[in-house]
Design a protein around this ligand. Structure first.
Ligand SMILES: Cc1cc2nc3c(=O)[nH]c(=O)nc-3n(C[C@H](O)[C@H](O)[C@H](O)COP(=O)(O)OP(=O)(O)OC[C@H]3O[C@@H](n4cnc5c(N)ncnc54)[C@H](O)[C@@H]3O)c2cc1C
Length: 459
């Protein structure tokens, strides 16, 4: 069993990224007394900060107040892997199966636009978030993953998406050397960044434009009639309109409970690799890497050459729990994944590990919407895997919805879409965990049939 160091006890440092983004960070005050606003935004992750920022850009005279339970970027926005990749849901294939080819194409275009828009904002607003343009490789390691990759490529071609290309085993291993790689899908227009820094830099520009943010100020109760009113521990906000940007934390609001459930996921981070260790991997071009498992692993190098690996598993905790989850087994499995993927790093020390929650709708696609008929209360749920850039553009869509502006963003099919309702507890827990167990068993079976060259021999 591997020793796991560095469980984060302090909210400021719930991930390597948050820890790095803490030095020099100016925490906002908690709300004291009653604040009157035109629009209240609940949640200071990427979705919430982006909504507030775009509202202020569109209507500078509006008073916009953001409430955050903990600190800006405390949720998935400050803990994820930091890939900027053009996906709305886990794969094109899943999107096409659920919504049809036309909408899968539309989703891809939206995600491409989201990435380009975020990168353009980073440059124009000089956001200090360690952004680097990098290729994105989705590697196949088993016959099942190979089949999935080929199907994804064929679908991309049918949808007219030309910028995904196939690398065979030799070509991918020239780029990053793992004996498990059988081939990879490569995309050129991707990037890496520090997600906590990005969120806090966006907060900086939002505040500079006049948005008011209160941290350590959870909305304890929320009423929508006759005006929006959020009660916090030492104050309250009254507003005409409201955006719920609480993603995986949304089950606390009864109106959003059936639309999504929180899933816990995990990350481990090694000590910085030595030049010899790094050299043994190739990986000169520092690509963003995922595999084609159902519970995908996402991995990358950090600026100081640590290996960060996330995903590999997801758990639902009964009653929609969102508190930090210290599932030792899930972290150990990530360490084993490192050993399998890069034998030259076998046994490498895990310096830090952390978990976080993401929001899953029943069909794993995001949903932006309006509660009731009038656009007084809008929400964003279902930000799952590759949704950093997406959350940023979604914030602009939420701002358009609140301001009753009909734009190309509010026309996208996952805005105001009907979600498939998830049952309440006690049925929710066995249902969600049952599905997760089946998917886990599928990944395990695929891997038992062999990884890498041994898989080819057995297939
Ligand atoms: C394995 C894995 C890897 C990922 N890696 C990537 C990646 O590389 N690239 C990518 O694009 N995406 C990635 N993601 C997804 C991405 O992190 C999320 O989709 C995105 O950060 C969601 O942002 P958000 O603002 O919607 O939610 P959050 O960041 O969770 O923000 C919600 C905020 O609401 C606050 N809140 C909750 N309740 C209240 C309340 N009552 N009052 C006030 N505030 C409240 C929370 O504290 C939190 O700060 C990954 C996901 C997984 C599973």
């Amino acid at each position: 069993m591997r020793t796991l160091a560095g469980a984060f006890a302090d909210y400021r440092a719930r991930s390597f990224w948050l820890e790095q983004a803490t030095a020099g960070y100016l925490q906002s005050p908690a709300l004291e007394g009653v604040a009157r606003a035109d629009i209240l935004v609940v949640g200071a992750g990427l979705s919430g900060i982006s909504t507030a920022y775009h509202l202020k850009l569109a209507e500078p005279s509006l008073r916009i107040v953001v409430l955050e339970s903990e600190v800006t970027g405390y949720g998935a926005s400050g803990r994820n892997v930091g890939f900027i990749v053009p996906y709305v849901s886990p794969s094109l294939r899943l999107m096409a199966m659920r919504f049809g080819a036309q909408r899968a194409r539309e989703a891809r275009r939206y995600a491409e636009r989201a990435c380009a828009y975020l990168v353009e904002t980073i440059a124009r607003r000089r956001l200090d978030c360690d952004y680097e343009a990098r290729d994105y490789l989705r590697v196949a390691r088993t016959p099942a993953e190979l089949r999935r990759a080929q199907e994804e490529l064929a679908l991309a071609r049918r949808l007219g998406i030309e910028d995904i290309e196939w690398l065979d085993a030799g070509a991918v291993r020239e780029q990053v050397d793992s004996p498990t790689y059988l081939g990879a899908l490569r995309e050129r227009r991707a990037g890496l960044l520090n997600p906590a820094r990005l969120t806090r830099e966006l907060k900086r520009v939002a505040v500079a434009s006049g948005v008011e943010i209160y941290e350590r100020s959870p909305a304890l109760t929320l009423q929508f009639e006759p005006v929006v009113r959020a009660q916090t521990p030492r104050g309250a906000v009254e507003a005409d309109r409201c955006a719920l940007a609480t993603n995986a934390y949304s089950a606390q609001f009864p109106a959003l409970r059936a639309r999504q459930c929180p899933l816990h996921t995990y990350a481990v981070l090694t000590e910085p690799l030595t030049p010899a260790q790094l050299g043994s991997l190739g990986w000169q071009a520092r690509q963003a890497l995922s595999n084609m498992r159902i519970f995908r692993h996402d991995y990358r190098l950090t600026g100081d050459n640590r290996l960060l690996v996330a995903g590999g598993n997801a758990h639902y905790l009964a009653g929609n729990q969102t508190a930090v989850n210290h599932d030792t087994r899930a972290f150990e499995d990530l360490a084993i994944f490192i050993d399998q993927t890069f034998p030259s790093l076998r046994g490498i020390a895990i310096a830090q590990h952390w978990s976080w929650v993401v929001s899953a709708t029943a069909d794993l696609a995001p949903a932006l919407g309006v509660l009731g008929n009038a656009p007084r209360v809008v929400y964003s749920v279902g930000n799952l895997e590759h949704n950093v850039a997406l959350s940023y553009l979604n914030g602009r869509a939420l701002s358009d919805l609140l301001l009753e502006r009909k734009t190309d963003l509010t026309d996208v099919f996952f805005v105001k879409r009907a979600t498939i309702p998830l049952p309440p507890e006690p049925a929710r827990s066995p249902l969600v965990n049952g599905v997760l167990s089946l998917l886990r068993a599928r990944d395990a079976l695929d891997e038992r049939r062999g990884l890498g060259n041994s898989a080819i021999r057995r297939a």
